[in-house]
Every structure is written in structure tokens, then in C-alpha cells.
Design a protein around this ligand. Structure first.
Ligand code: ADP
Length: 406
């Protein structure tokens, strides 16, 4: 294995995000995004480390065209996919079910299994598969590695992973709690231990990944023991557009009394609920601006968001028994001081507090925001899913390289 670069691809249904990383020093050589694939107004944005960002508009009918456009931009920077420096391509794959507990080099059997999981990840796995197949066609000789969002959560005990429904029915349809955002929870829990100057095995952390999608996890000694998303990313916290926890009977009620179809309710709960459903905005910056201006709907949306978050902090405190740190991450967690302050307000009895001054400081790196004498550390720990995917991919192909995998 000579190359030290890893290309990370995150393929969605109408977008592809990519990063090219050099694993010798963790440097980011290029970052980019192709949006509105197969729609009008497709756009590519490409930012090389050594140069100006470039934007291109034009037709990008499918993922094949998207990856070719990306490859052309990388070529222009002398970073082309043909380079012997490229060691592997790492793909974010949302659903790995129970089978994939680790990053995995893709072969036909792996592709078939990701395909078999489409019924439990209908929005994500098809796009992830397309991304892998397209990348394979571009560089058939290169290892393609799938890194699964669910993998970190496969250590959850059955008591946390099972819903209390009839076991035969659940098993027949693979209904259980899988959890998502696992790459982020893994990375952030480890970085939190590093921030505390301790080994991950010695530290219990509650990770709050608060982006547009949001999830919490309870991590004991580096292993996930519970997480808030379930069969799909709909369960748990209030999110940008998803409801998070509701009584499942809400669905039957809306069917029987509201005359809505399953698909309509699916759209309601995934796309028209959460913050946007409550107040018409899903960007926390805008919501805070409205709250500060005295807007009551935005105020209620914020309160519901915080109430749910607090419930999960309390629940995971109880699950873990001893908590060393609570880590905030992703767009809201890293940037919204009001959310962090409100989430731990009144939890002094649990040893949780935020120092107003530290919380208000904006910064890029991992940092503590709890008072110096706090029993439990509260931290802001920026997530870096691409780096984690690249690191796992690189480690795997270097290991496998010894067994002549490529
Ligand atoms: P995704 O789930 O799409 O990966 P991100 O982790 O990038 O999301 O988070 C996006 C969200 O972060 C935005 O919708 C917005 O609510 C929030 N956000 C981003 N920047 C800020 C900020 N400066 N202050 C408050 N919230 C922010």
C-alpha cells in the first residue's frame, strides 16, 4: 500500500458530498458538493486546499455525471482519481443492519446486503449504493470501503435495542432500534475522552449530536449502550423537520380520524414536523432571533426542543449511572450557546452546569464549557464524520493490504 489519500463520498438521493484527505497528516486536499442531481439547476462547488473555490452550474442528470464532474475538478488540481496516491474510497452508508458492525471492504455480497436493507432505509441506502457502484466503475481496481452509520450502535444491549413488541413479528420484519449518526458519536465520544486527557475505556459520555437531524447517545467506556434514533432516524429528539418521539397511536389516529395515508403521515413526521412544523423555521439561528424578538411560536418550539433534550440527558444519566462528560456537537450543538445553556439549566443536582463566559466563546476546536470545579464536564466537541470515515477506511485497507486484498 503506497497511497496515503482517501476520498470520502457521502451520496444522497440528489447530492454528493466529497472530501479528499491525506492520511499522513490528516490534511484536507479538497472538499466539494454536487447538488440537485437529476433536477434543474444542478450545481457543483469545489474547494481545493491550495486555491480558490470554484462553482459550476449545468446539467448533472445522475450520480455518474456527478462523480465525473467531481473527478474533473480533482484532475484540474492535480489530485485526480487516477493518482497512485489514492489508497481507497470510503463511503458513508446509512444502514448496515446487524450484520455490519465494522467498516467493510465492498464486494458483491456486501452490495447485496446493503440492498437487502433498503426496506429499513428506503431514502438512504439506494443513494449510498448508487454512489458505491458509480465509484467502482470509475476506479474498479481501488478498494471501496463502506462505513456504516449504524455500526457504532451495534454494541447496544438487547434491553436498549429491542422495542417491547411481539418478538416474532419484530424479528420477521427486522424491527429493532439500530441508531444512526454512529460515525459522529464514535468520533465525538473518543475526542471527548482525549479532551479530558483520559482513555476512552475509562470515560462515560453522553453525546448530543444536534444538527438538522439530531440524536443522543450514551457511551460507556467507548461503547455505545443506548441511542435515541431507532428503526429509522425518526425516533428521539426534536429535529429540524422530524418529530422525534411521539405516541405511535398518533399515526393510527391520523389515519382513522384524519383520513391520511401512511405516505402522507411519513412525510408529515419526517419533513413537516420538529422545529419547522412547530414554528415554520428549522434553522436554530433564525429561531433564536425570533425568540429574542418575543415571537411566541418560536419560543414554544425552542422550549419543546429543550424539554426533549433534557429528558434524554436525564435518561442517559440513569442508563450510565456515572457520567464524566456531556458533549455537544454538530451545527446546533457546536454553535448555539443558548441551546447548550438551556439544555443543562437546572441540572446542577446532577453535577451539570455551564460557565456563561466559556459557553459564549466561539471557537473551532474541542473545548470545555463547564466551570472548573464541575463534577461532570460539559464540552463542545466539533464532529468530523469525513475524517472518521477516512481514518476507518485507511486503517482497514492498510490491514487488508497485508492479505493481498487489492
Ligand atoms: P446536518 O444534519 O444537515 O448535517 P448540521 O450539523 O450541519 O446539519 O447542522 C445544521 C443546523 O445547524 C442548521 O439547520 C442550524 O439550525 C444549525 N446552525 C448552524 N450554524 C448555527 C449557528 N451559528 N447558530 C445556531 N445554529 C446553527
Amino acid at each position: 500500500m503506497s497511497g496515503s489519500r482517501v476520498l470520502v463520498l457521502n451520496s444522497g438521493s440528489s447530492s454528493v458530498k466529497y472530501q479528499l484527505l491525506d492520511m499522513r497528516d490528516g490534511g484536507r486536499l479538497a472538499v466539494g458538493l454536487v447538488e440537485r442531481i437529476g433536477e434543474s439547476g444542478s450545481r457543483l462547488k469545489h474547494s481545493p486546499a491550495d486555491g480558490e473555490s470554484r462553482e459550476r452550474n449545468g446539467s448533472v442528470p445522475d450520480h455518474d455525471a456527478a462523480l465525473k464532474a467531481m473527478a474533473a475538478e480533482l484532475d484540474r488540481d492535480g489530485l485526480g482519481l487516477g493518482s497512485p496516491e489514492l489508497a481507497a474510497i470510503g463511503h458513508r452508508v446509512v444502514h448496515g443492519g446487524l450484520r455490519f458492525t465494522e467498516p467493510t471492504v465492498v464486494d458483491d455480497a456486501v452490495l447485496a446486503e446493503i440492498e437487502r436493507l433498503i426496506p429499513v432505509a428506503p431514502l438512504h441506502n439506494p443513494a449510498n449504493l448508487t454512489g458505491i457502484r458509480t465509484a467502482q466503475a470509475l476506479r474498479p481496481d481501488l478498494p471501496q470501503v463502506a462505513v456504516f452509520d449504524t455500526a457504532f450502535h451495534t454494541t447496544m444491549p438487547e434491553s436498549a435495542a429491542r422495542y417491547a413488541i411481539d418478538v416474532e413479528t419484530a424479528d420477521a420484519h427486522r424491527v429493532r432500534r439500530y441508531g444512526f449518526h454512529g460515525t459522529s458519536h464514535a468520533y465525538v465520544s473518543r475526542e471527548t475522552a482525549r479532551l479530558l486527557g483520559r482513555a476512552p475505556e475509562d470515560v462515560n459520555v453522553i453525546v448530543l449530536h444536534l444538527g438538522n437531524g439530531a440524536s443522543a447517545s450514551a457511551v460507556r467506556g467507548g461503547r455505545c449502550v443506548d441511542t435515541s434514533m431507532g428503526l429509522t432516524p425518526l425516533e428521539g429528539l426534536v429535529m429540524g423537520t422530524r418529530s422525534g418521539d411521539t405516541d405511535p397511536a398518533v399515526i393510527f389516529h391520523l389515519m382513522r380520524v384524519g383520513g391520511m395515508s401512511a405516505d402522507e403521515i411519513d412525510t408529515l413526521l419526517n419533513k413537516r414536523s420538529g422545529l419547522i412544523g412547530l414554528c415554520g423555521d428549522n434553522d436554530m439561528r433564525e429561531i433564536r432571533r425570533r425568540v429574542d424578538a418575543g415571537d411566541e411560536r418560536a419560543g414554544l418550539a425552542f422550549d419543546i426542543y429543550i424539554h426533549r433534550l433534557k429528558k434524554y440527558i436525564g435518561a442517559y444519566y440513569a442508563v450510565l449511572g456515572r457520567v464524566d462528560a456531556v458533549a455537544f456537537t454538530a451545527g446546533v450543538g457546536e454553535n448555539s450557546a443558548p441551546v447548550r445553556e438551556a439544555a443543562v439549566a437546572g441540572l446542577e443536582g446532577l453535577g451539570l452546569a455551564v460557565d456563561g463566559g466559556l459557553n459564549a466563546v466561539r471557537g473551532d476546536g474541542a473545548r470545555l464549557i463547564s466551570p472548573a470545579d464541575a463534577r461532570v464536564a460539559v464540552a463542545v466537541v466539533p464532529t468530523d464524520e469525513e475524517m472518521e470515515i477516512a481514518a476507518q477506511t485507511y486503517a482497514l485497507v492498510n490491514d487488508s493490504g497485508n492479505q493481498n486484498l487489492t
